[in-house]
Design a protein around this ligand. Structure first.
Ligand code: MGD
Ligand code: MGD
Ligand code: MO
Length: 768
């Protein structure tokens, strides 16, 4: 696919040295600058001061947990949270005039940033078959078009319902209920693209798909690993927790191909000390690992721990725990003792001394936590990698005790809650049985499509209807050219959205834009003002209540749209009180209370300050693995193989974007300004590949099919990433990721592991 015609020009690219610290005064100043550009000062004040407060709005920025009530800052938000919230609270609006002026093909040629900058969507719009324009439509007719399509499907499995992790618990619950009452489990979600590998590996080994760590555990750990995550940009409030852990004496080891600013040093903008002083050093050790080398690293550390036990029997491993609470230790131990150092050093790019130093840190530590994010989950061998981390934790009993555990750091603010509510194409029978008992219909049992399989099915013409509950499906998914063609085969595509994005421009014969209330906005229904609930990365469930006047009087809530659609599609079969759900979200919560374990007495408990802390069974010593014990696994040594003359590309976020939506072309902490079309390459590789600083190149990915996937016209930026690796921004590079390049077991796209070669740019050559 060609570079999109509207992509920002990169003539203004300037590169400065990467920053060595994150947050602090400039961060807050940047947020205010951005918010004042987007909204009025008063709206900014109203939203920011209620963010993450008891009775306020849950920040849509990320899923990091809030400190306990009474321990929150007056300003419990970060620079990026402020940007995200103001992006929604913008005073810019688009409606019928805008769509009259801009055809769908015109919009399809604009950049992601431009589409987002146009402002909030204000009225329902339809693009009819054969037309190249969206035109206004009433809510009644818009829902009518969807009903017509849904009721004429040959089978309910021709419908797909995608959920992005912004959706509230209540909206998610209603959507899955509707899909299952209709007769399908086709409920792909952004989690398929995000932490699916974590969920799979943790389920298999610990019997729970969720992290086992609370903020308290993090504060009291004495060794914390940060593997494959960039908290300075993506979870800035995590840095406050790490700062506290350090104050309590914790040591931190960061494992990353890139020396990310937030991993190095943190200046806490909430404290005067953070503003003027040098800040807190975050990582005591930084391991610049090769992309995909983490499995080898943890296998090597595990081997060293076993050898340390041989040298000092009874002193290194937690035998009491291993004997009582785990299975598979002997087979695992035999296997991991055979790990070859040559393989480890090649896969990791680290030295043996560096890895031995990790062992020594571990041996000095009573309580260890491992945190990780997309740097681990988006690889072919992501599941074995996370399983090996569980092995590592189990060896010294680092689960289920205070100050220890596994901490997959979730992205979208309610991605975890949506899963809890049943957004999953393969919910267990226990959940489906409860639905049946509560609502009196038989939910389908066959697994539905996840995100990748939904695209495959669309490509084969098996999907006629697509509804997105928030999100930006065509930009979040891999193989953009293939995906866009697949989506265009649908008869009807509809999106419940707050802002314009690429998915509105790549559509089925009929397309609908269904504009929804955002989290910052007051939600008033027939019985009065409503709130919604969400679950964060640490399994705390709490309320979120918007304060702002809605961007337009025509907006409906996600829940209202879904309830109306469900009622008109299904009538009273099964007999579900969709009208009452819409009028009073408390009625939805009453059902959730009877269906989802841990949500008993939901309405009352969630209204208390701080909400509900869901129990993680692991912390009660319960492992729902089938054997009732945690599982040691044997994982074959595996690392990406990169042919001579090629690099292993990861696709990642800049500091100034929210997932598929870039806010500006800058990536301040990495020193990139004015362009996103850059590829970061180790200076030795730049030389070794005969490239030069600033050279224009195309990125061409290499995959077993013969399809050419080429991302055109990027500038080479020498950057201190690991040797043999490269990095470029998502979503501009999603077209390079083959649809079939997925993680084993979890089917998650390998967004962090794409073999590419860099060729002199065709565009640049033509211009020269
Ligand atoms: N401001 C902002 N905040 C966000 C988001 C956003 O877009 N903007 N997105 C939200 C979402 S949905 C998510 S999932 C999270 C994502 O949070 P992150 O996972 O931090 O996001 P990425 O930018 O994908 O960065 C991946 C990190 O892993 C490193 N990495 C890449 N490959 C490897 C590897 O093989 N091994 C190791 N050890 N490291 C590797 C990269 O260098 C990078 O530091 O952030 C959430 N928060
Ligand atoms: N190459 C590559 N691809 C990736 C990743 C990567 O690291 N590399 N990361 C993956 C990950 S971790 C994730 S989570 C996915 C993200 O994938 P998605 O969740 O699908 O994408 P977002 O960019 O978060 O969706 C943004 C859109 O959501 C809508 N929206 C925002 N807030 C609201 C709201 O309150 N209500 C409603 N109704 N709509 C709202 C807006 O219209 C906005 O345009 O991308 C994945 N794709
Ligand atoms: Mo994510």
């Amino acid at each position: 696919m060609k570079k999109a015609p509207g992509d920002e020009p990169d003539e203004d690219l300037t590169v400065t040295p990467p920053k060595k610290w994150a947050a602090g005064v400039p961060a807050v100043a940047h947020a205010l600058e951005y918010s004042l550009e987007e909204t009025s000062a008063r709206r900014t004040g109203t939203t920011l001061l209620t963010m993450n407060q008891v009775d306020g709005i849950d920040c849509p920025g990320c899923a990091w947990a809030d400190p306990a009530p009474g321990h929150r800052h007056r300003n419990e938000y970060c620079e990026n949270g402020a940007k995200h919230i103001n992006d929604e609270a913008t005073t810019r609006r688009i409606g019928a005039d805008f769509f009259r002026e801009h055809s769908v093909s015109d919009l399809a040629g604009r950049s992601d940033a431009w589409l987002n900058q146009q402002g909030r969507l204000t009225e329902p719009m339809v693009k009819r078959p054969g037309s190249d324009h969206y035109e206004p439509i009433s809510w009644n007719d818009a829902i009518g078009l969807m009903v017509e399509e849904l009721t004429s499907l040959d089978t309910p499995d021709e419908a797909v319902f995608y959920t992005s992790g912004r959706a509230s618990n209540e909206a998610a619950f209603v959507l899955q209920l509707f899909a299952r009452a209709l007769g399908t489990n086709n409920l792909p979600d952004c989690s398929n693209l995000c932490h699916e590998s974590s969920g799979y590996a943790l389920h298999e080994t610990l019997g729970t798909g969720k992290g086992t760590v609370s903020l308290h555990d993090l504060h009291h750990a004495d060794l914390i690993f940060l593997v494959g995550q960039n908290p300075g940009s993506n979870h800035p409030r995590q840095l406050s927790a790490l700062e506290e852990a350090k104050r309590n004496g914790a040591r931190i080891i960061a494992v990353n191909p890139l020396p990310e600013a937030g991993l190095l040093r943190f200046k806490n903008p909430q404290k005067p000390r953070g503003v003027i002083g040098p800040g807190t050093q975050i990582a005591d050790r930084f391991l610049r690992i090769r992309n995909g080398g983490d499995l080898a690293l943890f296998q090597a550390v595990n081997r060293l721990l076993l050898e340390a036990e041989d040298a000092r029997p009874g002193e290194v491993l937690d035998h009491g725990f291993i004997d009582a609470d785990t299975t598979g230790f002997e087979e695992f131990a035999r296997h991991v003792r055979g790990v070859e150092w040559d393989d480890v050093l090649a896969a990791t790019g680290l030295t043996r001394e560096e890895i031995e130093q990790v062992r020594d840190e571990v041996l000095r530590s009573e309580r260890v936590v491992v945190c990780w994010a997309m740097g681990l989950t988006q690889h072919k061998h992501a599941v074995p990698t996370i399983r090996e981390i569980v092995n590592f934790l189990l060896l010294r009993g680092n689960v289920g005790r205070a100050g220890t555990g596994a901490c997959p750091v979730r992205g979208h603010s309610n991605v975890q809650g949506d899963r809890t509510m049943g957004i999953w194409e393969q919910m267990p029978d226990s959940f489906l049985d409860s639905l049946k008992e509560e609502f009196g219909f038989d939910p389908p049992r066959a697994h539905g499509y996840d995100s990748v399989n939904a695209i495959r099915a669309m490509r084969e013409g098996k999907v006629k209807f697509f509804l997105g509950l928030a999100g930006n499906f065509v930009r979040a998914t891999p193989d953009s050219t293939v995906t866009e063609e697949a989506v265009r085969r649908c008869r009807l595509t509809a999106h419940i959205s707050t802002k314009l994005n690429r998915s509105h421009t790549v559509c089925g014969d009929t397309a609908l834009i269904l504009p929804a209330l955002g989290r910052t906005e007051r939600d008033v229904q027939a019985t009065g003002e409503q709130f919604v609930t969400v679950e964060n990365s640490m399994s705390e469930v709490h309320t979120s209540r918007g304060r702002l006047r809605p961007a337009s009087s025509l907006l409906l809530s996600d829940i209202a749209i879904l309830c109306r659609l469900a009622r008109r599609t299904l009538g009273d079969k099964p007999d579900i009180a969709w009208d009452r759900f819409e009028a009073d979200y408390g009625v939805i919560r009453d059902h959730i209370a009877r269906i989802v374990p841990g949500f008993e007495d939901y309405n009352r408990r969630v209204a208390r300050p701080g909400g509900i802390q869901l129990m993680n069974p692991v912390n009660e010593g319960v492992y729902s693995t089938g054997t009732g014990r945690a599982l040691f696994t044997r994982n074959s040594a595996e690392a990406p193989r990169v042919p001579e003359g090629h690099l292993l590309l990861q696709t990642l976020r800049s500091h100034d974007q929210w997932n598929t939506v870039p806010y500006t072309s800058n990536d301040r902490y990495r020193g990139i300004h004015g362009s996103r079309r850059v590829v970061l390459v180790n200076p030795d590789d730049v030389r070794g590949l005969g490239l030069s600083d600033g050279q224009r190149v195309d990125l061409v990915s290499v995959w077993s099919d013969d399809v050419e996937r080429r991302a055109e016209d990027f500038r080479v930026v020498p950057y201190p990433t690991a040797r043999g690796c490269a990095a470029a921004y998502y979503p501009e590079t999603n077209l390079l990721v083959p649809l079939d390049s997925v993680a084993d077991h979890s089917n998650q796209p390998t967004f962090k592991s794409i073999v590419v070669r860099l060729e002199p740019a065709r565009v640049g050559a033509a211009q020269a």
